[in-house]
Design a protein around this ligand. Structure first.
Ligand SMILES: [Zn+2]
Length: 740
């Protein structure tokens, strides 16, 4: 179809004039150019090394190659940036050796990963090999569009029918220049193809026939070699009256199969390489974005290659395996079908990633001491079905994700955030990286173990277990913990005495400062202490030896106030305390002395004046627990019937009625903390030392179920939330203090 539109023809003429005139050659230092950044990944035919190139779209048909001094984050793809550096004008377009790439507009760019992704395939011949084509146009339609054995079939299967691929094929068209004009090096040189120039000329020759804005992607399908690589990423194109960023692939003949297309389109929708454990980008056969794009190779024909020196070369089909759970979580393909967990003990049935989407298809495991947005594990089950049928084995694959992981390769630094944890590190390959039934991965640093318990059909039972860590020290009562001034603070009653000890941990290094007594008079308590924190003070609240309630506080600089008694009131159990950030007040709750009554009091932390004890409804035979979010103060108690009850107070001071947690009972005080919009509770099992944890969604007010942690404790537990994680601390059965 030839478009008959006068305005388009005029634009085309201007574009061609701009593109084909060679700019003046010269070097300008301190140049700043702005435009839209196109990031493109390159994959060598001979494997070995990967490449990333950057082009700045500066205007219709104009692309400036950027050589950044440090890798640019992938989320800059398709965004407006300013690039500063030394500009070299070349006859085939400019290059900037960039010292800075600055985002001008951080509006998120979200590639289409559900629905139909429409691709315009432009079949392009170099002018010096225009007599030869590797395939007919029909070949490409059949490569991309059928429901099975195609790029569309692959993406439909692996997105669980969320994403379809639909390609329209245009060409063959002859480019105005020979290959040597577009590619500076030979067929095994890396990164020497001028992808911007090919895009510019390719769009120009196809524009009379293609209405570009209909499409999400443009594929530049070459009749002969580029450099060593096939390429996938993005390109910004002005055509048909619109400037738009498209997904883009540049595919030489050897790459024109389902496997390589699946890989390059993956780059276009935001998937980086994975693997690169042993010095090679493509060393993980478990991911199509690593070594998993070239299974089942079958000879399918040949073509005459001018670029290779005038020889006939064989062409092969190739099939991909699935994207790993890391990508599928990022794509949103298993949103409701993956579990996000900490290192609590959890047993999960994982269904095969290449199977039907049901139950859990993956697990994201957050670990202590790490930013959960940056570092975590993923766990997935892989069995040899569907597009995973060519995998070397069945098993559970564990990846570690480090979003900042940069791997130095021969052709520059590659951003490779996820890599498999090899179950058989003694062998040189990751092809036996799978964890089989009966095996356990342990990571002592994170206190984490992942065990593969059993396999049923295409599903694996997997248990995630956290480990307890002891910072030394003993207590014969419950510990208290709170996050203050970027550290985790712990307070305990001394083992066999009434002294009060304090310790604190750096959450990045897990290093504890050591237990110490408070400055004199250091005080004494017959019960567990309580801790609370504001942004400026750490508060310690205890039951005194005379059963009155005492408090003191420490500044961020470490200086302590004296002990002060709450003016009235007494208790025969441990107090509870929290700071309500809404009004900055210190709230304190106690069980009445010699009774099961629950009393609440609060102090203005500026004037240090207490409002007075108020009798709350309800009764408890144990200590109450307090915590707060920005909108509520939460209280939880063990009821006299041993059920666990909670209520909360609004910023206006009104309390909800007591509600029982639907399941579970305990014979000691609960612990609560607020984290990630959930109220977490930890209790001892009824009549046992087992440790259970549960959490309530603060909007839905629903409690899923109690999970049992490993370990045992004869006392109530302590919970504390930090901005990025939740901590639990317990007294062990031999009085050792543990946390995780
Ligand atoms: Zn790649």
């Amino acid at each position: 179809m030839l478009k008959v539109k006068i305005s388009v023809v005029i634009i085309l003429v201007l574009m061609v004039a701009g593109v084909f005139s060679a700019p003046v050659t010269g070097v300008q230092s301190g140049t700043t150019l702005s435009g839209i950044l196109n990031i493109i990944f390159g994959d060598c035919e001979a494997r070995g090394d990967s490449h990333v190139v950057y082009y700045l779209y500066t205007g219709p048909g104009e692309y400036v190659r950027i050589h950044p001094s440090t890798p640019v984050p992938l989320n800059y793809q398709g965004k407006q940036v300013a690039v500063t550096g030394v500009f070299n004008a070349l006859s085939s377009g400019g290059i900037i050796n960039a010292t800075a790439v600055t985002l001008l507009d951080d509006t998120p760019v979200s590639p289409v990963v559900s629905g139909t992704r429409r691709i315009a395939m432009l079949l392009l011949k170099y002018s010096d090999s225009a007599a030869y084509t590797p395939n007919t146009a029909t070949y490409y339609t059949n490569l991309m569009n059928p429901a099975t054995n195609s790029v569309n079939g692959f993406y439909r299967e692996e997105s669980y029918n969320l994403l379809s691929i639909q390609a329209d094929v245009y060409g063959w068209y002859t480019l105005p220049q020979p290959r040597s004009y577009y590619v500076a090096g030979g067929i095994s040189s890396c990164g020497t193809a001028n992808l911007g120039l090919i895009a510019s000329h390719g769009v120009a020759v196809a524009d009379p026939y293609v209405y570009f804005p209909t499409y999400n992607d443009v594929s530049f399908v070459m009749n002969d070699y580029l450099d060593c690589c096939a390429w996938g990423g993005g390109v910004t194109i002005t055509a048909d009256g619109q400037t738009k960023s498209y997904g883009a692939t540049w595919e030489p003949p050897w790459a024109q199969n389902v496997g390589v297309y699946a890989h390059e389109i993956g780059h276009s929708i935001g998937c980086p390489h994975t693997g690169f454990v042993g010095g090679n980008t493509y060393d993980s056969v478990w991911d199509v974005e690593s070594g998993g794009s070239s299974f089942n190779q079958v000879w399918r024909g040949s073509y005459y290659s001018v670029a290779a020196g005038g020889v006939t070369l064989n062409l092969y089909s190739a099939d991909p395996c699935h994207h790993i759970a890391y990508h599928k979580i990022n794509m949103g393909w298993i949103d409701k079908w993956h579990l996000e967990t900490g290192t609590w003990t959890t047993t999960v049935t994982l269904n095969a990633l290449a199977g039907t989407r049901t139950g859990f298809m993956g697990i994201k495991v957050y670990v202590r001491g790490e930013n959960p947005a940056k570092k975590y594990f993923t766990v997935e089950a892989r069995t040899r079905i569907n597009y995973d049928q060519w995998l070397p084995a069945d098993g559970v694959i564990i990846h570690f994700v480090d979003q900042d992981r940069m791997v130095p390769g021969a052709a520059g630094t590659d951003w490779v955030p996820a890599y498999p944890i090899d179950a058989n590190p003694g062998t040189a390959t990751l092809s036996d990286a799978q964890w089989g039934v009966g095996t356990t991965y342990t990571n002592a640093g994170y206190g984490l173990s992942i065990s593969v318990l059993s396999k049923t059909g295409n599903s694996y039972q997997v248990r995630i277990t956290g480990g307890w860590v002891s910072p030394t020290g003993l207590t014969d009562a419950a510990p208290a913990i709170v996050f203050f001034n970027s550290r985790l603070y712990a307070a305990v009653k001394g083992n066999g005495n009434n002294r009060i000890y304090l310790n604190s941990m750096n959450p990045s290094t897990f290093v504890w400062s050591g237990w110490s007594l408070l400055p004199a008079p250091s005080g004494a308590t017959p019960s567990a202490p309580a801790l609370a924190a504001s942004s400026t003070y750490l508060y310690l609240v205890v039951r005194g030896m005379d059963n009155r309630i005492y408090w003191r506080r420490m500044t961020t600089g470490g200086s302590w106030s004296a002990w002060t008694a709450v003016p009235t009131g007494s208790t025969d159990a441990a107090p509870a305390a929290t700071i309500f950030t809404f009004n900055g007040r210190l709230y304190c709750a106690v069980k009445g002395y010699g009774s099961n009554a629950i009393y609440l009091n609060s102090m203005d932390t500026g004037t240090l004046v207490w409002s007075g004890w108020v009798l709350r409804p309800g009764a408890t035979p144990s200590s109450p627990a307090l915590t707060s979010s920005s909108s509520y103060v939460y209280m939880a108690v063990r009821g006299t019937n041993n059920l666990i009850y909670w209520n909360r107070m609004t910023t206006g001071g009104s309390w909800s009625s007591w509600t029982a947690v639907p399941t579970g009972s305990t014979d000691s005080a609960p612990a609560i903390t607020y984290f990630n919009n959930r109220l977490f509770a930890a209790v001892n099992g009824m009549g046992s030392n087992a440790i259970y944890i549960n959490s309530m969604d603060s909007s839905l007010l629903s409690w899923p179920s109690w999970a049992q942690l490993t370990g045992a404790s004869p006392s109530p537990h302590a919970l504390a939330g930090s901005p990025t994680r939740i901590y639990i601390s317990v007294r062990g059965t031999t009085n050792i203090i543990y946390y995780q």
